[in-house]
Design a protein around this ligand. Structure first.
Ligand SMILES: Cc1cc2nc3c(=O)[nH]c(=O)nc-3n(C[C@H](O)[C@H](O)[C@H](O)COP(=O)(O)O)c2cc1C
Length: 397
């Protein structure tokens, strides 16, 4: 357990709110539109009750699971997050280090400001790489080759940003592209001298995974270029098939909520999907992944590994996700807030320890010593998975 009276990811978020300039906190915490999806992600988790079982010997309860043939210390990992070093320089590296030390996966974003190679040296075989296929296929292919050379074994292909989202907080703070910070934002940054001093003394932020493409561009021009490249309304399933053909290891498609899409992903050879609404940061009218999950599990059976993200904050949430049909979960914001609240050395490992301890505590209450054994029978009211695909919306694309 971490010192300093911080016992939950929620407490870390509150400390981060005070420590970070408002525009940076908002960039991390904010969602799209009216932030309905953001609120819904939490509300749907909180509605789910788990049914305890008494007097089952759980003295040997563990948080460990096997995913893609590899043993991890817990059924959760660090979600890909671009521009994480806005929290403070070295954030990507700190998250990668904690993931390696604690043995959970760390997913490096295409939009990270640290290179695949630098993170590989830290995270080693705990490194997964997230790819935005984007509009420029040659650029995506070059990233795939780099990830392969770096020894990445799991590629996460994000498909839920066909267009940039409308993030109202960022627009109001002037934290959009092109960058035009409002006077309020500038004054607020000046009121956070520790953050400012670190930002000014750290390396200039740029898109480290695109250096050879746009090496001469300044950090901001870089971000503008990359953001144009990353969202692509013309993306389609044939692109996924070509990525599948180019990638010889595990491939996971991130940003699926529709059971028909899940089935198509399985048919085209994906090993897994991330059931995600991008943490409420894209389509504000989207369902919460935790509510979309059972229909997806019913639709694809055991054909896909199901990873869930968006709104996971506690060990109970992890157990809820597994009981609803997930094999694994990712968390995003809590890891960034941990770095802001407790610093890069202590924060990320504290989140991992807190969540692992909470999960084991929940498992023992449920009389279920193995997280891999959680299923709908642990929900209240209990839910049994359908054994056949539901009728309607059957046809794959
Ligand atoms: C600051 C920030 C940056 C993100 N950048 C990316 C990204 O580059 N690629 C990606 O696939 N998802 C990105 N996401 C979404 C996360 O991977 C993940 O889906 C989401 O944060 C999960 O929700 P949670 O933050 O409620 O845990 C980002 C999220 C945040 C908060």
């Amino acid at each position: 357990m971490p010192s300093g009276g911080v016992f939950t990811t929620g407490q870390m978020a509150e400390i981060a709110r005070r420590r970070l300039p408002r525009a940076i906190f908002d960039f991390v915490e904010g969602g799209a539109g009216s932030e309905i999806a953001l609120a819904r992600n939490r509300a749907r988790f909180e509605e789910i009750a788990l049914l305890p079982q008494a007097l089952r010997d759980c003295a040997a309860a563990t948080s460990q699971v096997t995913l893609f043939g590899r043993r991890y210390a817990a059924p959760f990992g660090v979600a890909p997050m671009g521009f994480a070093d806005l929290i403070r320089p070295g954030t990507d590296r700190a998250l990668a280090r904690a993931a390696k030390e604690r043995n959970i996966p760390y997913v490096l974003s295409t939009a990270a400001t640290t290179s695949i190679e630098a993170i590989r040296d830290i995270a080693q075989d705990n490194l997964w790489f997230q790819l935005y296929p984007g509009s420029d296929e040659a650029m995506a292919s070059a990233l795939i080759v780099r990830a392969l050379r770096a020894g990445v074994t799991t590629l996460v292909v994000t498909v839920d940003i066909p267009v940039p989202a409308k993030r109202v907080r960022d627009l109001a703070n002037g934290l959009a592209i092109p960058l035009r910070p409002s006077l309020r934002t500038i004054l607020d940054v000046a009121r956070h001298p520790a953050w400012l001093a670190r930002a000014l003394s750290g390396p200039r932020l740029g898109m480290a995974n695109f250096v050879e493409n746009k090496g001469a561009l300044s950090g901001l021009k870089h971000a503008e270029f990359v953001s144009r490249q990353l969202s692509c309304a013309a993306l389609d399933w044939p692109r996924i098939e070509r990525i599948r053909a180019a990638w010889p290891h595990h491939m996971v498609i991130k940003g699926i909520l529709n059971p028909a899409d899940a089935r198509t992903a399985a048919r085209l050879g994906a090993d897994g999907i991330v059931v995600s609404n991008h943490g409420g940061r894209q389509l504000d009218a989207a369902p919460a992944p935790i509510e979309a999950l059972p229909a997806i599990r019913d639709a694809c059976g055991d054909a896909l590994t199901l990873i869930l993200d968006s709104g996971v904050r506690t060990g109970d949430d992890i157990a809820r996700s597994l009981a609803r049909g997930a094999d694994f979960v990712l968390l995003g914001r809590p890891f960034l807030f941990a770095v802001a609240a407790l610093g890069p050395a202590e924060g990320p490992s504290a989140v991992i320890d807190i969540l692992r301890d909470e999960l084991v505590n929940t498992l023992v209450h449920l009389g279920c010593p193995d997280p891999g054994a959680l299923d709908g029978g642990f929900l209240w009211p209990p839910r049994t998975h359908a054994t056949v695909a539901p009728a309607g919306r059957e046809e794959d694309r």
